[in-house]
Design a protein around this ligand. Structure first.
Ligand code: 6PG
Length: 266
């Protein structure tokens, strides 16, 4: 995890990805707890929660440092769809079903920061975004006293078009410099109304992990790592701006065509 470029890890299959992701998340957790007593992490939707669940709940290395301390976790959503929390499209519902509901009681319960359910049906998602930004401020201090929140870890997926969070290629939101959380009403991936962390928030995190597995990600990874065009895509902008803080966890299928140097261990 050194150097001045993103780290691209590639492992044989999803189980191997999950095993290494577990190691990485636990390293981040332990460092954060010793630094400030808690672990502030943000997650996205898509396929990430299922792989994360595999990493955190199905794999165990049986060594003392390999302990999840969920009672110290503060979980946020890097993006969320403007739907009720029990809607099948909700990222919260996805993470709850894949992970939160399955955490054994002895590992402790995380504090989960959802969007405000009273504003998910508003016509304009601006209030929902503003309220979520305030939720962040309660944990990371007021926006006028810190320029940006410092997440210990942000866990992201990457769409086939190179989008991440709800930051889409060519969208004006990629230029946002001020807001921590922004609304979007024209997401090309349904549903159209969402809120999302902005690029400065993502790139300011101490650690950023992308998880991308399967054949469907092959072209995207090739573009992101081996072409100039890929550097302009939202996931590519994070690579360019956050460099060595970015760690990609991929399987052989997804990274098959990438020429950029790959690593086989953490
Ligand atoms: C969302 C997600 C989104 C997702 C990517 C990758 O709410 O739609 O947060 O950013 O992470 O689309 O999704 P897959 O991993 O399913 O390809």
């Amino acid at each position: 995890m050194t150097g001045s470029s993103p780290n691209l890890y590639s492992f044989p299959d999803v189980d191997a990805v999950a095993k290494e992701l577990r190691k990485y998340v636990i390293q981040c957790q332990n460092a954060s707890i010793s630094r400030h007593g808690s672990f502030r992490v943000a997650v996205s939707g898509g396929s990430l929660p299922a792989t994360l669940s595999l990493a955190l709940l199905a794999v165990n290395n049986d060594i003392p440092e390999d302990t999840l301390k969920f009672s110290k976790w503060e979980i946020f959503f890097a993006d969320e769809r403007c739907v009720p929390l029990d809607d099948p499209e909700s990222n919260y519902r996805l993470v709850k079903g894949e992970l939160l509901d399955k955490i054994p009681a002895e590992l402790g319960a995380p504090r989960v920061h959802t969007v405000d359910p009273n504003h998910v049906n508003d016509d304009d998602p601006q209030d929902l975004a503003d309220l979520y930004q305030e939720e962040l401020m309660h944990v990371f201090a007021a926006k006028d006293s810190v320029r940006l929140p410092v997440f210990d870890l942000i866990l992201l997926g990457c769409g086939p078009d190179g989008h991440t969070c709800s930051l889409f290629p060519g969208h004006e939101l990629l230029q946002e410099k001020d807001a921590w959380v922004a609304p979007i009403s024209d997401s090309p991936k349904p549903p159209p109304k969402r809120i999302t962390f902005t690029l400065p928030v993502v790139t300011h995190a101490l650690n950023i992990a992308f998880v991308a597995t399967g054949n469907g990600k092959k072209r995207t990874l090739k573009m992101l790592f081996d072409t100039e065009e890929g550097k302009e895509l939202p996931s590519g902008l994070i690579n360019v701006q956050a460099v060595s803080k970015v760690n990609w966890f991929t399987d052989y299928a997804a990274a098959a065509d990438v020429l950029y140097p790959k690593r086989g261990s953490l």
